[in-house]
Design a protein around this ligand. Structure first.
Ligand code: 5AD
Ligand code: SF4
Length: 462
């Protein structure tokens, strides 16, 4: 799932902290997680995280390459950092700048060429080397560390996958799978993140137990193609994500499980059964479809038709009627006609999404889509995106409104902006604002919704 997230991270253990790192995160939850991982790795070298760029000795931009604008945004931020760096230099204070994430992977040394502000470039496959790269950069070297070049994109990647987790209080992400072998024709992920790799069951279970022991109540399993996860179970049989969820549900202390992001092709029977049988698997499914037109789905290499997607949702809803469906959409893929776009609108009408992300197609160099005929003019893309987003926003509001007057379990996550408020999370991922008397952080309380906020729900202990 692609959300614009900005995260600054808390330090872990405090080594003798002399230096400060500011990490700005763009893009998906995988990046939010990676940013935490980078902060943790640098903590051993005496870096503590800061939320203020002004006091940072090291600025890391953890970038996203999924759409063109994201990369351009990075270059414009780098322009501002170059000016900041010049001011700092006059003051005799050091500020190093690093670019990490998928733009780093895809652009490599081009970033050093285009921006004189940049001291280091590190791709997602090489974060374990970040502290060493930072040390070298401090010694004056300008470094690109991306392990494999974008030109080698079809090579299989033997990647050491690391057993890390990213925590934010009572909720945590746990990466179980990275990379993607689906090769949707619009997408750079198979090139920037490499082939699908699943983490072994035992590692995942151990991490989840550790998290539970540390007070985490909700674990979100993370992967670019999370439901393609598979591994050998302790019984010697092949497990899929459904079986893994059943196993994680046995861990005492874990009260909620989620997973993201899924591909329709990989929703197998056991995963669907998990939604029926596991009360603690939250009734929320992010299942991108991208388009409602079979012609476009084929050109996108999505490997399924619109009717199959609808049927799948029907099955899931029949066994878990309260499930909220979320999706991703692309408008203006090459060759998309008015009729194709109408198919998308019809599909959305039929599904009724609780939330969704929609984007204009953005040609990514090196992907098959970029080479296709029939690129759609920008103004047509704009118009389609507007219509689609209006419909999706209406559905999202309708879903939120349907919860007013209802009561449900809410996980209290943190203090609110106002002193006497707490912020919790509904089973469907909406923030729920309650009075502090409702419970403590980490409690799961029954809340009745009294009114709607802009992007949240207001409720009271029921
Ligand atoms: N152009 C527009 N949107 C894209 N996405 C991925 N690649 C592109 C692209 N080239 C969107 C898809 C995907 C989400 C993470 O980003 O909808 O599901
Ligand atoms: Fe990209 Fe498709 Fe893989 Fe998702 S499934 S990461 S859209 S190639």
């Amino acid at each position: 799932m692609e959300t614009e997230a900005v995260a600054a991270h808390e330090p872990q253990e405090s080594a003798v902290a002399t230096k400060k790192v500011f990490v700005k995160t763009y893009g998906c939850q995988m990046n939010v997680y990676d940013s935490q991982r980078m902060s943790d790795a640098l903590a051993a070298d005496g870096y503590t995280a800061t939320e203020s760029i002004d006091e940072a000795d090291l600025v890391l931009l953890n970038t996203c390459h999924i759409r063109e604008k994201a990369a351009e945004k990075v270059y414009s931020v780098l322009g501002r950092l170059r000016d900041m760096k010049a001011v700092r230099a006059r003051e005799g204070r050091e500020m190093m700048v690093g670019v990490t994430g998928c733009v780093a992977q895809a652009e490599g040394s081009e970033i050093l060429r285009r921006s004189s502000a940049v001291d280091l470039v590190v791709g997602p496959q090489t974060y374990h080397r970040l502290p060493e790269v930072v040390r070298k950069a401090r010694a004056g070297e300008r470094i690109v560390e991306t392990e494999y070049a974008i030109e080698d994109k079809f090579e299989h990647l033997p990647q050491p996958k690391r057993a890390d987790v990213a925590r934010r209080g009572v909720t945590a992400f746990l990466t179980v799978q990275e990379g993607c072998d689906k090769f949707c024709t619009f997408c750079v992920v198979p090139y920037t993140r490499g082939s699908e790799v699943s983490r072994p069951v035992a590692q995942i279970v151990t991490e989840a137990e550790k998290l539970a022991g540390a007070g985490v109540r909700e674990v979100t399993l993370l992967g670019q193609n999370v439901n393609a996860w598979h591994g050998e179970g302790p019984d010697g049989t092949e497990w899929g994500l459904g079986r893994l969820l059943f196993r994680l549900a046995e861990i005492p202390g874990i009260a909620r499980l989620r997973y993201t992001t899924s591909h329709p092709r990989d929703m197998d029977d056991e995963l669907i059964a998990a939604h029926r049988d596991l009360e603690i698997l939250m009734p929320y499914l992010h299942l991108p479809v991208q388009s409602g037109s079979d012609r476009i789905l084929k050109a996108m290499n999505r490997q399924h038709q619109a009717a199959e997607y609808l049927k799948l949702l029907e099955r899931i809803r029949s066994i878990r009627p309260d499930i909220a469906i979320s999706g991703d959409f692309i408008v203006g893929f090459p060759g998309e006609s008015d009729a194709d776009f109408d198919d998308t609108m019809r599909l959305v009408e039929e599904v009724r999404y609780a939330s969704a992300y929609s984007f204009k197609y953005s040609p990514r160099p090196g992907t098959p889509g970029a080479e296709m005929d029939g690129h759609v003019p920008e103004d047509v893309k704009d118009e389609r995106l507007q219509r689609l987003q209006a419909l999706l926003t209406r559905q999202q509001n309708e879903f939120a409104a349907s919860l007013v007057g209802k009561s449900f379990q809410t996980l209290i996550e943190k203090r609110g902006r106002q002193d006497d408020q707490l912020v919790g999370r509904s089973p469907w991922l909406q923030p729920v604002i309650v009075d502090e008397s409702a419970g403590g952080i980490g409690d799961i309380v029954n809340v009745r919704i009294t009114r709607l906020g802009t992007n949240s729900l207001y409720g009271e202990a029921a």
